[in-house]
Design a protein around this ligand. Structure first.
Ligand SMILES: Cc1cc2nc3c(=O)[nH]c(=O)nc-3n(C[C@H](O)[C@H](O)[C@H](O)COP(=O)(O)OP(=O)(O)OC[C@H]3O[C@@H](n4cnc5c(N)ncnc54)[C@H](O)[C@@H]3O)c2cc1C
Length: 404
């Protein structure tokens, strides 16, 4: 690749301006670090997302100091997510007070992401939008910058540290040999918007049938996000995204019933495969954050929470490494342990829940039990990302939740 010129030198260059990249850049810029964010898109940009964000996201936005700005966007606050099993049984995963009330947030991703990136820019980060990352500059000790392309011009951005926040299929992870093969069959996520939904309720809904699930998230003022996941093979067999959308409604008649009352307000946005794995979230001169560091499935809706919490962890490790002038793999290794402490228990809980997604008839067994057991409260708080998941995973607790 011919590189036309060496651009400005930065302390840190961030590949990707989604929530993970924007939040990392915001925290670093506020700490006085000279940081640039590179994204191939111009914001606001569309992003396939079910737009349901756990109470933990609200807490993280408050810690980042951007909550009042986000709260000024059109949004809704919901008290939980109702699971609807194939047999029609329902359980509302309602967030318990601890003691203050907790609510999830629904807000359009194009607006949320543009706002976070704008805040990073206001904090002093350089925003290089419409620039595609083409490669990672590597020296003997690891990453040393990014090669970026903007309408035909290729430039090298040198940096002490590279942050890979470039989502599933992260180029940074692949170029640094950190991407790992997926463990799950390839799945497809498709999302669209409806408007004029006559009776949007104060919670989201997650409907499950064999081979497909669909989330309904009220966005306020009669608007609703409709997102569903099925296997890539099913969507191909059915003949594409729109055919899969029609098929989903035949499998989930309660979803079809809700949508019949409103009007479609956008095209289907899709992403496949959904999952991303990495062997480790760091290398010499580089950290991975957000989906680039791993993503399983949107069912439990923690992607943006992990992006923001991961950004806090990455920024802390990056600041210490930059202060010491040591961004070697050894200096960055504590990041992996911090991520394990923050996310490992929730990952286990999500894997357990994936068993119900794979065999939704199990939900018909679980729903009536969850409805009568007080232990469902801590489960909801763990799923809401504001209480530790480890507590719910204790065998005694699982028995209390699911025993016959
Ligand atoms: C169908 C679906 C529904 C979901 N629903 C939810 C939900 O309801 N709640 C929730 O919390 N999470 C949800 N998620 C997960 C959530 O969207 C992600 O976890 C979140 O977007 C991760 O943020 P990120 O910043 O890591 O990546 P992204 O938001 O994907 O941002 C990555 C950025 O990198 C840029 N980029 C990528 N490659 C390059 C390149 N080579 N050069 C320049 N720029 C590049 C992209 O343009 C993009 O802006 C859902 C995911 C899917 C697929």
């Amino acid at each position: 690749m011919t590189v036309a010129g060496v651009g400005k030198r930065f302390d840190v260059v961030v590949a990707g301006g989604g929530p993970a990249g924007a939040a990392t850049a915001l925290l670093l810029a506020r700490a006085g670090v000279v940081v640039a964010v590179v994204d191939r898109a111009h914001f606001p940009r569309p992003k396939a997302c079910a737009e349901y964000f756990s109470p933990g996201v609200v807490d993280a936005l408050q810690r980042l100091g951007v909550w009042s700005r986000v709260a000024s966007l059109p949004h809704a606050r919901l008290r939980g997510m109702e699971l609807v099993g194939p047999g029609g049984g329902r359980h509302l995963v309602a967030y318990p007070d601890d003691p203050r009330p907790h609510r999830s947030l629904t807000v359009r991703r194009d607006l949320l992401d543009a706002t976070l990136l704008e805040q990073a820019g206001k904090a002093g980060a350089t925003l290089l939008l419409g620039h595609a990352v083409r490669d990672v500059v590597r020296h003997s000790k690891g990453a040393a910058g990014l090669i970026v392309q903007d309408s035909g011009t290729t430039t090298e951005l040198a940096a002490h540290l590279v942050i890979g926040a470039d989502g599933v299929r992260s180029l940074v992870a692949r170029r640094l040999g950190l991407a790992a093969p997926p463990r799950w069959p390839a799945r497809l996520g498709l999302v669209t918007h409806y408007e004029h939904i006559s009776s949007p309720c104060d919670h989201g809904e997650m409907h499950l049938a064999h081979g497909v699930y669909c989330g309904l998230a009220p966005l306020g003022n009669g608007a609703m996000n409709v997102g569903f996941v099925t296997s890539v093979a099913s969507a191909q067999r059915l003949g594409g995204a729109e055919a899969a959308f029609r098929w989903m409604q035949t499998q989930l008649p309660a979803v079809a019933h809700t949508l019949r009352g409103g009007g479609r307000a956008g095209k289907l946005l899709g992403i496949a495969p959904l999952a991303q794995r990495c062997s480790r979230p760091y290398a010499g001169g580089a950290l991975l954050v957000g989906d680039a560091a791993g993503f399983l499935d949107p069912f439990t809706g923690e992607g943006v929470f992990r992006a923001l919490r991961g950004a806090e962890l990455a920024a802390g490790v990056a600041l210490r490494a930059l202060e010491r002038g040591d961004t070697s793999a050894q200096a960055l290794a504590p990041y992996a342990a911090l991520r394990r402490r923050a996310f490992a228990a929730k990952d286990c809980l999500c894997l357990l829940i994936q068993a119900f997604v794979a065999a939704p008839r199990l939900l018909d067994y679980a729903i009536p039990r969850l409805n009568r057991r007080p232990e469902a409260g801590p489960l909801a708080a763990a799923l809401g990302d504001y209480q530790p998941a480890a507590r719910v995973l204790a065998p005694a607790m699982l028995w209390k939740l699911l025993a016959p």
